[in-house]
Design a protein around this ligand. Structure first.
Ligand code: AMP
Length: 433
């Protein structure tokens, strides 16, 4: 199949060609016709599948051709809202909207917290067709009456599972309540928990489900290994692996923000250029860390799952699980960061006695054993007993139908991202919600 077979207009085909793409990815081939038909969509697809273009391209087509829509005649009202979990993903999705829409007269704005309101206010005031936003900051704009969602014709919830994990459910529901009843809804999620199904139930009407294969095909080209090592010797082993193998671009996952900071500091002390990426960092710090890592000014980026979600780095050679994730599916998300676009990559996990059951769960999910290694000098001490590790994120617990507590907010009103733990009680909200 070719992009020209999908019925997209010439301006859009031109921007696709500008990118050098000619064949739609499986999610694009399935999703684009459904969206063009005006149907609701429920898509199981992860980052790296081309899902962003999967919704952006047909939305641009609908918005640019649907001139007769009554709503579109109301000046200055945005017509499409794309909600995403993180600031980084907001920037990336907005970049795609601009890239693919460059030959069209549509306007867009990106809205996220952690930065001043000024530029966003100016963009919204000038009138936009498409808003790409994180939920918290968009609600701030609604409160200030700088954003009006009453003309929205298309709603996209991107990485819906992550938005729920991050405690955005109440914000999302508040935003949905502000949208017109009649609208087209597109939902993208890597997993479909009961919580997601609950959200979908009232929102999607007769949706078409599309699913693209998990990245197993890609995972085949990733060489995976497990290094058994004692809990308190992981830092030393990681430093040795990086130095001995000459790794120059490594994404390292830790379970907590504190752990990410501590590890990054230790690596820096060992002379390895490193930065930490997590939700407690300012937007500027996060963007700088990411840019430095992409440009190889920083060789190791230590990140929590949520902070790393959606980050798109072409052909990342190495991913390290400094700690195994609590949820086996997250292992697949993590290692899927390497070996992109068919190039081979390497995923290494440092596993201590506490994590043996997590490793078993991962191998069960993968339906295969991962090669085990022990580095001489780092043999695990058999006298060390397993200690309990942090509980899974409540958002990932199977069949948890409990109402979700609201994320605590920083003084700026931005939700605090919680990588591995979520608050048990409702946090303070400046909205008094
Ligand atoms: P996504 O899953 O949307 O984050 O996209 C993953 C990567 O695939 C991005 O770097 C896109 O630029 C790239 N991409 C999207 N569509 C295509 C396509 N049809 N052919 C080749 N690469 C693509």
């Amino acid at each position: 199949m070719h992009f020209t077979d999908l019925g997209l207009r010439a301006e859009i085909l031109r921007s696709i060609a500008d990118q050098g793409y000619d064949t739609p990815t499986p999610i694009q081939a399935q999703a684009i016709p459904v969206v063009l038909e005006g149907r609701d969509l429920m898509a199981a697809a992860q980052t790296g599948t081309g899902k962003t273009a999967g919704f952006t391209l047909p939305i641009l087509q609908l918005l640019s051709t649907n001139e007769t829509s009554k709503v579109s005649m109301k000046r200055f009202k945005p017509r499409c809202l794309i909600l995403v979990p993180t600031r980084e993903l907001a920037v990336q999705v907005h970049e795609s909207v601009r890239t693919y829409g460059r030959h069209l007269p549509l306007k867009s704005a990106v809205i996220y917290g952690g930065v001043g309101m000024g530029n966003q206010l100016a963009a919204l005031k000038s009138g936009v067709d498409i808003i790409v936003a994180t939920p918290g900051r968009l609600l701030d704009h609604i409160e200030q009456r700088s954003a009006d969602l009453s003309g929205i014709e298309i709603l996209v919830l991107d990485e819906a599972d992550r938005m729920l994990d991050m405690g955005f459910i109440r914000d999302i529901r508040k935003l949905i309540a502000l949208l017109p009843k009649k609208k087209q809804c597109l939902l993208f999620s890597a997993t479909f928990s009961d919580d997601i199904r609950g959200l979908i139930a009232g929102l999607l009407h007769n949706p078409v489900s599309v699913e693209v294969a998990r990245r197993n095909a890609t995972i085949e080209v990733i060489s995976q290994s497990v290094y058994h090592v004692d809990r308190d010797r992981k830092k030393e082993l990681l430093i040795q692996l990086i130095n001995d193998n000459g790794w120059h671009q490594v994404l390292v996952f830790t379970r907590t923000k504190h752990g990410a900071d501590a590890l990054s500091e230790r690596l820096t002390k060992a002379g390895i250029k490193s930065a930490a990426l997590h939700g407690n960092k300012s937007q500027g710090q996060r963007q700088r860390a990411l840019d430095d890592f992409k440009r190889l000014k920083v060789h190791v980026l230590v990140a929590t799952d949520i902070a790393a979600r959606g980050i798109d780095i072409d052909e990342l050679p190495h991913v390290v699980n400094y700690e195994l994730p609590n949820v086996p599916e997250d292992y697949v998300h993590r290692i899927g960061r390497t070996g992109r676009a068919g190039s081979s990559g390497e995923a290494v996990s440092l596993v201590c006695v506490d994590e043996h059951s997590l490793l078993r769960d991962i191998e069960r999910l993968l339906k295969r054993d991962i090669e085990k290694r022990i580095v001489p000098g780092f043999e695990p001490d058999p006298r060390i007993k397993a200690e309990p590790i942090q509980k899974p994120r409540s958002g990932q617990q199977p069949h948890s139908n409990k109402p979700r507590s609201h994320q605590p907010r920083t003084p700026s009103g931005q939700p605090k991202f919680q990588a591995a733990r979520r608050p048990r009680s409702p946090g303070p909200s400046h909205r008094g919600a």
